[in-house]
Design a protein around this ligand. Sequence first.
Ligand code: SF4
Length: 62
Amino acid sequence: MALTTAGTAACAKCKFFDSEQSAELGLCRYNPPISQPSGDTAGVWPKVEASDWCGHFEPAAA
Ligand code: SF4
């Protein structure tokens, strides 16, 4: 059974997608950055492709 969001949800159209890296690769800002084992290293934002999506998808404002 196909998911109802298939074909409509995409990171590129999500309000949490930060496309500062490129049009095809960006950062997901839904959650705070992921802390690293070394407390001296900055946290990491998940990298996602424009065509990815997840269950937290929310359309970006037009
Ligand atoms: S991973 Fe989910 S919340 Fe993050 S940009 Fe993509 S659709 Fe949006």
